[in-house]
Design a protein around this ligand. Structure first.
Ligand SMILES: C[S@@+](CC[C@H](N)C(=O)[O-])C[C@H]1O[C@@H](n2cnc3c(N)ncnc32)[C@H](O)[C@@H]1O
Length: 382
């Protein structure tokens, strides 16, 4: 009791958890047994507010949220339990109950009927119901795969999707097939950079500027580089488009070489960069300036030379899909088949460049392509 339940979005709970842990490095997360719900302790309310403002994968927080498996549970017992919860967590002002399911229905349990009964309890407690603009929302979430319920007073928007509709990659003025989806781009920026006050973010090979849009919209100081002026021009156009036609001063795009960051970044950023997001060239659409492996190694070394000592690095690379598709984080010694290059050699390169691999995830793109998302941390070099 006394903790907070973090509720993650469904598209990739393991990545969403990694993002949450990066944004709240001091907090302790403990499993509830349901991969989308985690107990959280040791953070401040203001930090949770920042997470809700910035994150891609966190859906909401429930104050002291109650998690119950429906296996063998009687609805009457669950309602009694929720009554005790409501008495132990009194609120004042108007209230509403919001219920939603994730990953399918829980057989024999009707969320709308439970929500109605919770509404009845709140009414009996003398609280006024306001379905439009309540002061407090009691959330009820049904998780189909684990047949479990989570319920509690909610912070955040709940089931609302990560709001990227307006800025889908294909809607931008400058679009290329390499453009990353905003949901993943936002998550990668947060995973790499941690809390906003840690320092600026650099995207050394920015392409159409997908990471920069997300970093700048979340208020992070950020800079993107690209070797090709067409990309610099296009990414700048996209940034202006994302910010009502005006590129904000905390964000910029420059023509430059990812392998020479020290020559391009502002003097004040040297040794201070908190996060790097790197989606290097691959395939026919995105030719690099040197051999792919050589370029990656030089770019990672260059990033290390300008990073702060607790900086993070997220590298995105195409990989062959795994069967079945893994939704959990992958062990670093997994049998990963990159589209280009060898996984264990890549890990060795990452370490040689001064980055310690922390976690790796796969995201499905389509039947014959997945993306590898590697998260690494600055490691001091001799
Ligand atoms: C895969 S794309 C990046 C796509 C990007 N994430 C997006 O959302 O559009 C890789 C980019 O790296 C750029 N590039 C290649 N070599 C570079 C170098 N040495 N320095 C900086 N940029 C480089 C290419 O011009 C290309 O735009």
């Amino acid at each position: 009791m006394g903790d907070v339940l973090a509720c993650l979005r469904g598209w990739h709970p393991a990545l969403a958890l990694a993002e949450l842990q990066a944004l709240l490095p001091e907090a302790v997360t403990t499993t509830t047994g349901v991969d989308r719900w985690w107990r959280l302790e040791g953070e401040e309310a203001s930090q949770r507010f920042e997470v809700l403002e910035m994150s891609s994968g966190v859906q909401c927080f429930l104050t002291d949220g109650v998690v119950a498996s429906t296996d063998g549970l009687l609805q009457a017992d669950w309602l009694e339990h929720m009554k005790a919860y409501l008495l132990a967590h009194p609120v004042s002002g108007s209230v509403a109950v919001r219920a939603w399911k994730q990953g399918g229905k829980i057989p024999s349990w009707s969320l709308s009927s439970l929500a109605g009964q919770l509404g009845g309890l709140l009414n009996d407690m003398g609280l006024s119901i306001d379905l439009d603009v309540p002061d407090h929302v009691l959330a009820l979430i049904g998780d189909g795969p684990s047949a479990s319920l989570a319920c509690g007073w909610m912070e955040g928007d709940g089931q609302a999707a990560f709001s990227s509709g307006q800025r889908r990659a294909a809607e931008r003025p400058f679009f290329k097939p390499v453009s990353l989806d905003p949901r993943l781009a936002r998550l990668a920026v947060n995973l790499a950079s941690g809390p906003k006050n840690r320092g600026p973010v650099v995207d050394p090979m920015t392409g159409t500027g997908g990471f920069l849009i997300e970093a700048s919209l979340s208020g992070r100081a950020c800079m993107g580089l690209d070797i090709h002026s067409e990309m610099v021009h296009g990414a700048t156009m996209n940034l202006a488009w994302a910010h009502d036609d005006d590129v904000p001063s905390h964000c910029s795009v420059k023509r430059g070489d990812a392998t020479r960051l020290g020559d391009i970044l502002p003097e004040a950023w040297i040794g201070k960069v908190a996060g790097f997001v790197l989606d290097p060239p691959y395939g026919r659409n995105s030719h690099g300036s040197m051999e792919a492996e050589q370029l990656l190694e030089a770019a990672m070394k260059s990033a290390h030379s300008v990073a702060c000592t607790d900086a993070g690095f997220v590298l995105i690379l195409p990989m062959h899909p795994m069967t079945p598709h893994p939704m959990a984080s992958l062990p670093l010694d997994s049998d990963i088949s990159l589209l280009n290059g060898n996984w264990s050699e890549l890990l060795a390169t990452v370490e040689r460049c001064g980055w310690k691999p922390l976690s790796v995830h796969a995201e499905r793109v389509h039947r014959s392509l997945s993306r590898l998302i590697l998260h690494a941390k600055y490691a001091p070099q001799d």
